[in-house]
Write a protein that binds this ligand. Structure first.
Ligand code: ZN
Length: 425
């Protein structure tokens, strides 16, 4: 549990999340592959590739021949606010504010009256080329102040947030123009004029914590989807070898539709599958037919104050196991459900089921988007959580452990289809 909290705290942006996992892969003996070079893969080898600093794919080459891919996919991004290129808004009345825009479908209210800062990366001009550098301004730098109830009597009765004014963070009073650029440069260890580009977002300063009468809850920023990203990663590292190629994929931009080169609608996963098959002399279509994917993205637990939003017979609880997600916007069907259920039985992990209340559309995720590029039997799963897309979300303390347990069994297995039967080895 502490390991998950540490990962969340050290990953204030998607770039930090990818870098933290990358460092762990290096430590575990994984070799970095360059997408722009030929790949030579050896049996027993461990590899990873990073795309755009915000997406990552890691895999191992089995010593045994023949089976397909065992893939997990989760996402590195979370709803937040992106700092615009011309970041400083001067005034009114001597205030200095940051010009931001929404990224993803966030709940606005939780962002107000909380200490915030910025995190992400800047692209720095160096003698050796343009270098991405991680940035985390490690101080209470920003806050988005509420309007007093005396001036906005509608604040508690269905207020509509206007992103261009209500969600603008305050940074200073009487501060000089150029202060923000200087702070970013300082955090990146460069001169302000050497910054050629930025990818910075707001983040909450509040650290993750365990709470509740028995310590049964866990609250932190970015649980969706770094909790699943972490659980799948631990399972990937801990699993024993099978005849299959285990693949861990962390993709970006799920919160804005995945349609980028580092997103699930890009080619990272299909390129990896393609190139592994080519390097090992395998038939791609045969390998993909004998593959299975777990698309892991958090699910909705029944809300204590609003249980009516859940379907009558699909009511996931926190600390009660993995949630299989069903519905037209998910990749799960009976076949995928059956394989994953068999796997969880093998792992001794409880499963529960989510289906939208029939008059609600619900959310979507990266399973079916990814399927359009690498068409493998896919199940959508998640961990039950409250307040999805708040900047401080809540989950059960036991569920991430269940995910590790299930994914360890998943990555130690292989999958094949024969005359319509699905077989887990
Ligand atoms: Zn998500």
């Amino acid at each position: 549990m502490q390991d998950l909290l540490t990962f969340l705290d050290r990953s204030p942006s998607r770039y930090h999340a990818v870098e933290n996992l990358r460092l762990e892969l290096e430590e575990a003996g994984y070799a970095r592959l360059e997408e722009g070079r030929a790949w030579t893969l050896a049996p027993g080898g461990r590899y990873y590739v990073v795309r755009n600093g915000s997406a990552l794919a890691a895999f191992r080459v089995p010593r045994r021949e023949g089976a397909g891919f065992m893939i997990s996919a989760s996402h590195s991004d979370s709803p937040t606010f992106r700092v615009k290129e011309h970041a400083e808004l001067e005034g009114p009345d001597g205030y200095l504010r940051l010009n931001v825009e929404g990224y993803g479908g966030m709940l606005c209210a939780p962002w107000l009256d909380r200490p915030l800062t910025v995190a992400g990366r800047v692209l720095v001009s160096t003698d050796g080329g343009i270098e991405p550098r991680l940035v985390y301004v490690d101080r209470d730098l920003l806050l988005i102040p509420n309007v007093a109830i005396h001036m906005n009597r509608e604040a508690n009765t269905g207020y509509k947030y206007d992103p261009k004014c209500d969600m603008v963070p305050l940074m200073g009073l009487g501060a000089e123009k150029g202060t923000f650029r200087s702070l970013a440069a300082q955090a990146a260890g460069c001169a302000p004029e050497d910054i050629l580009g930025t990818d910075l977002t707001l983040c909450l300063r509040q650290k993750g914590l365990v709470w509740g009468e028995k310590g049964e809850f866990l609250s932190a920023p970015r649980l969706d989807d770094l909790q699943c990203a972490w659980g799948c990663f631990r399972g990937f590292l801990e699993a024993g070898e099978s005849a299959a190629v285990p693949v861990y994929a962390l993709l970006d931009n799920e919160e804005v539709g995945s349609l980028t080169r580092q997103g699930a609608d890009g080619t990272l996963l299909s390129d990896v599958v393609e190139r592994v098959c080519a390097a090992l002399g395998r038939d791609r279509a045969a390998a993909v037919a004998n593959s299975f994917m777990v698309s892991a993205d958090n699910a909705h637990a029944v809300h204590p104050n609003h249980p009516e939003y859940h379907d009558a017979t699909h009511r996931p609880a926190m600390n009660a196991g993995l949630v299989i997600k069903h519905g037209v916007r998910y990749a799960t069907d009976g076949a995928a459900q059956a394989v994953f259920t068999a796997l969880c039985r093998r792992a001794g992990v409880p499963v529960q089921h989510f289906s939208n209340r029939s008059d609600l559309a619900g959310g979507s995720t990266l399973g079916n988007i990814s399927n359009a590029h690498v068409s493998v039997n896919t199940v959508d799963i998640g961990l039950a959580q409250l307040a999805m897309h708040s900047c401080f979300e809540t989950a059960g303390v036991r569920d991430a452990g269940y995910l590790v347990q299930a994914m360890t069994a998943f990555y130690a297995a292989s999958y094949r289809e024969e005359a319509g039967r699905m077989i887990l080895d």
